[in-house]
Design a protein around this ligand. Structure first.
Ligand code: DC
Length: 221
């Protein structure tokens, strides 16, 4: 049976970097489920649709095929055969993903894909509803978070490192807006599962966060 680790938490908590690092050290695959929502959002954006318009987003689902491939341990996401792993990382795609993720049909559409991967692989899967909805029986559940300010500062550093221009207030506003949307939507809102370990990494760096995840996993193995 596959060993599943569910990591949920708000945008910018460093889930993906820490989960990726921890998964590599544990020999698990790392599954970033946000990429799936981003791919659905990107499809609508490219067609000039409003990602908040439920009906038009739902109508696109029949034309979308999404696949995850794991190349040298790194996840790549394919939208109708095209590798969109980089194209989904823009601020527009982030907000589009948050918008489409509030639509129940979109969540249903992506559910089986996530379940199938977890059933067949030892993995760390991160997202917003992994411990609560997608993998309620995961062997380990972690809720990884930090204050909005700490998360905004990290995101700002990442953007600057990539050579992009951004100001702190815009990044913080974006985080607060996404937090609000992700925690207040009707379907599968972001919340800490009752049986999850709550991990605030505001004072931890990437390595320390990954080490703490590994410790929590090893305690349960
Ligand atoms: O983790 P991320 O920033 O790449 O996620 C993008 C958006 O997708 C986020 O605003 C919320 C949504 N999401 C979700 O609703 N459920 C998940 N399991 C993963 C992401």
């Amino acid at each position: 049976m596959a060993f599943n680790v569910a990591i949920d938490g708000p945008a910018g908590a460093g889930k993906s970097s820490a989960a990726k690092l921890a998964a590599g050290k544990l020999g698990f695959i790392y599954v970033d489920t946000g990429a799936l929502y981003r791919a659905v959002g990107l499809y609508s954006i490219r067609r000039g649709l409003d990602t908040r318009d439920e009906e038009s987003v739902v109508n696109t689902l029949g034309s979308i095929s999404i696949e995850l491939k794991f190349i040298d341990g790194a996840q790549r996401v394919f939208l109708n055969g095209e590798d969109v792993s980089d194209a989904i990382r823009t601020p527009e795609a982030s907000m589009g993903a948050s918008n489409v993720s509030a639509i129940p049909e979109v969540r249903d559409f992506l559910f089986e894909l996530q379940r199938g991967i977890a059933a067949h692989n030892d993995c760390i899967m991160d997202g917003r509803d992994i411990g609560t909805v997608v993998l309620p029986d995961a062997e380990v559940k972690i809720f990884l978070t930090a204050s909005p300010e700490a998360r905004a500062d990290r995101r700002l550093k990442e953007l600057i490192k990539k050579g992009e221009t951004a100001d702190r207030q815009t990044v913080l506003d974006d985080i607060n807006k996404r937090d609000y949307q992700d925690t207040h939507r009707k379907t599968a809102p972001l919340t800490c599962a009752g049986d999850a370990v709550y991990l605030d990494n505001g004072e931890l760096d990437l390595e320390q966060t990954a080490d703490r995840i590994i410790e929590i996993v090893k305690e349960k193995m």
